[in-house]
Design a protein around this ligand. Structure first.
Ligand code: KG4
Ligand code: ZN
Length: 349
């Protein structure tokens, strides 16, 4: 089996080809960062237009680098949600058009399922496994029981962790995306200088909350002496924030591991996925303090990419899970539809 995957749900126009031997034959990622940088965050309209402009070229490049033509494919996969709907529409329509012309089966992939299954592309991971999914839009712990079978153990009741990284970076003028900048800056900082809160720590359950931590960082910055921030202050804020985020992840994942073990038997590994899983500081703390084998995709497969969509499509297609070309893209699409809503009205589930 050989599948083309297309990803356009956020600010990367991406396409990749993978096969059933878990080989990534090509993985093209075109970042829109420069287009969004002047605004300090992603502008949905700009994202959609840029996907429209570049999707064909990115697909063509992925096919060329893989050294194959469309008739060589077994199927086409495209992200069909959740995400910024303008961009999702572009990728899904591109995928459907190729599928229609070449009479190939189409797979409408949930972007989160792409992140969730990446570990099975990069490592020999069997179901079930515990997954920490931490990205710009999501912060969840899930029991991954099989393809299309997820049980949400916890989620954020307000901000996602990547979003908190991005906002802290914005407060400190470190640029977008904030995660890598905060991680780099934190390396020279003192994580103990500012006593920031650890929201949800020691509470039962596995839900997360990051908005109070974000507000505390804002207050900390405002309390610094007026004038230009010193490099040392900036580094100490980043290190203190990252340390607080690490403490929260460890506390919540400790509970999640316990819950998972009660229902699914022993678990010696924890799979991490999503953009924040690229953070080396958080990875090493999780591995050391949770005493688990941390299974983390390489960095380029943690942040959004086409290979994760191609792989999720391949996993679905080999179970004969084929979607019709009338599949409607979904701006919201939880992995576990049975999970009860959390938090306040209007927050992410
Ligand atoms: O998975 P992703 O590429 O897109 C979403 O589906 O959201 O994740 C992007 C998020 C951004 O918030 C970015 O700041 C964060 O992942 N991120 C990081 C790091 N690299 C990316 N956060 C912390 N440390 C990093 N090294
Ligand atoms: Zn993502």
């Amino acid at each position: 089996m050989i599948v083309l995957g297309i990803e356009t749900s956020c600010d990367e126009t991406a396409a990749a080809v993978v096969n059933a031997n878990r080989e990534v034959l090509s993985n093209v990622v075109l970042s829109q960062i420069e287009e969004h940088t002047p605004y300090g965050g992603i502008v949905p309209e700009i994202a959609a237009r840029s996907h429209l402009q570049f999707a064909d070229r990115v697909v063509a490049q992925a096919m060329e680098e893989a050294g194959i033509g469309f008739p060589d494919l077994t199927g086409i996969a495209a992200t069909a949600g959740p995400g910024l709907i303008g961009g999702v529409l572009v990728g899904a329509m591109t995928g459907k058009a190729i599928a229609a012309v070449h009479r190939l089966p189409f797979s409408a992939v949930n972007h989160l399922e792409g992140h969730a299954l990446t570990a099975r592309l990069t490592h020999s991971v069997e179901f079930p496994y515990l997954l920490l999914l931490v990205s710009g839009g999501h912060c969840q712990v899930l029991a991954v029981e099989g393809v299309g079978r997820y049980r949400r153990l916890g989620t954020t009741i307000d901000d996602a962790l990547g979003e908190a990284f991005d906002k802290v970076a914005k407060m400190l003028d470190l640029g977008y995306p904030g995660g890598p900048a905060v991680e780099r800056t934190a390396q020279n900082g003192d994580p103990a200088r500012f006593p920031l809160p650890r929201p949800m720590r020691r509470r039962p359950g596995c839900h997360f909350s990051f908005s109070g931590l974000k507000t505390a960082v804002r207050q900390t910055i405002q309390d610094l002496p007026p004038g230009t921030l010193l490099d040392r202050d900036i580094a100490d804020v980043c290190a203190s924030f990252q340390a607080a985020a690490g403490d929260v992840l460890i506390d919540r994942c400790t509970n999640a591991l316990q819950t998972f073990r009660e229902s699914h038997g022993d678990a010696r590994s924890l799979v991490v996925a999503g953009g924040v899983a690229a953070n080396a500081y958080l990875r090493s703390r999780l591995e050391a303090e949770l005493e688990v084998d941390l299974i983390a995709p390489p960095l380029r497969l943690c942040t959004d990419n086409g290979a994760m969509i191609a792989w999720a499509g391949l996993e679905r297609l080999r179970l004969h899970l084929i979607d019709g070309l009338d599949f409607k893209p979904r701006p919201r699409w939880p992995l576990d539809p049975d999970a009860p809503p959390v938090g306040y009205a209007g927050v992410k589930a």
